[in-house]
Design a protein around this ligand. Structure first.
Ligand SMILES: [Zn+2]
Length: 298
């Protein structure tokens, strides 16, 4: 099968699956926004390392490949459990040991486990010049960039019983859909159309303005990892499930119609999560690739 027809096939399946379930994580626009925001905060070392690892198709732009793990999840079947974490119904909290496993009970197969794994793959090579090159680091980078986005989508750390809102059917204005899809795509889509002249770039710019303005004093906190760790996905997952309970599930019972009230009160949450995802992705990549230069000079 030629590459063209393969892509066509993947495209058809994606369209179908998005129509049927919408289980893909932040939609294409959300992932693009997270990675675009991250690009602004990368150090010189990180920019150089990322450029070297990106596939040619990215044309030097990390954001161009941030949805890649969604595009290949039917081809890489093993990867589909890595986009989310299911937590116990109505507990509104997250614990790595309790929750990070796939539906067959296999440990570490969840979004926080995947973030740790791909960070370890990258650091094992970039921080240890003697290590044998045993991983596909291009894929590791694309997975990591995508999953740091996903863990910030509140319903990617939702309840087990409703599959993170996928089985909660509601109306988004007049359109029938599920709650998970509203958080992946619809809030962003509606915001882009309503407030940003149908141009995602304007929404990203507005989020960036908030980062340098209202949120600037919070950045050190967002970037901080306890005990000098390279990456720390657990607090991001805890924040997500807490936001899922306070905002995503709230007033979104099956059959309800979500309109202006829900949209306008949840949009600030979505924008802040995209910002945090971007800042933390940049901070993580900066830490992964920082030691490379230091080691080379040492
Ligand atoms: Zn995803």
């Amino acid at each position: 099968m030629g590459g063209g027809s393969g892509l066509w096939w993947v495209g058809r399946v994606l369209v179908l699956v998005q129509l049927v379930t919408g289980i893909l994580g932040w939609g294409k626009e959300g992932h693009y926004a997270v990675c675009k925001i991250a690009e602004e905060y990368l150090t010189e070392d990180a920019v150089a390392a990322v450029k070297e690892l990106l596939p040619d198709s990215a044309e030097g732009d990390l954001a161009a490949v941030c949805s890649w793990p969604d595009e290949i999840r039917f081809h890489y079947r093993w990867s589909s459990a890595l986009h989310y974490i299911d937590t116990p119904d109505f507990k509104c909290n997250y614990q790595y040991c309790r929750d990070c496993h796939d539906s067959a009970g296999l440990k570490d197969r969840c979004v926080t486990g995947a973030i740790l794994n791909y960070t370890n793959q990258l650091t094992s090579v970039y921080q240890n010049s003697n290590s044998v090159f045993q991983y596909n680091l291009t894929e590791a980078l694309m997975f990591l960039a995508h999953f740091i986005g996903d863990v910030h989508q509140p319903l990617h750390v939702g309840f087990t019983g409703d599959l993170g809102g996928n089985t909660i059917m509601v109306h988004w204005y007049r359109r029938k859909t599920n709650l998970h899809h509203i958080w992946d795509d619809m809030i962003i889509d509606s915001a882009v159309k309503t407030f940003y002249g149908s141009d995602l770039a304007n929404m990203i710019q507005a989020i960036q303005n908030n980062i340098t303005d209202d949120w600037s004093n919070q950045l050190p906190l967002w970037e901080y990892c306890q005990n000098n760790r390279t990456v720390c996905p657990d607090p991001y997952a805890s924040e997500s499930v807490s936001l899922a309970c306070k905002f995503a599930y709230k007033n979104a019972t099956p059959g309800s119609t979500l309109g202006d009230d829900y949209f306008l009160s949840r949009l600030p949450i979505v924008e802040k999560r995209l910002a945090q995802g971007g800042i933390r992705l940049a901070a993580t990549l900066n830490r992964i690739f920082a030691s490379q230069g230091k080691r080379a000079k040492a």
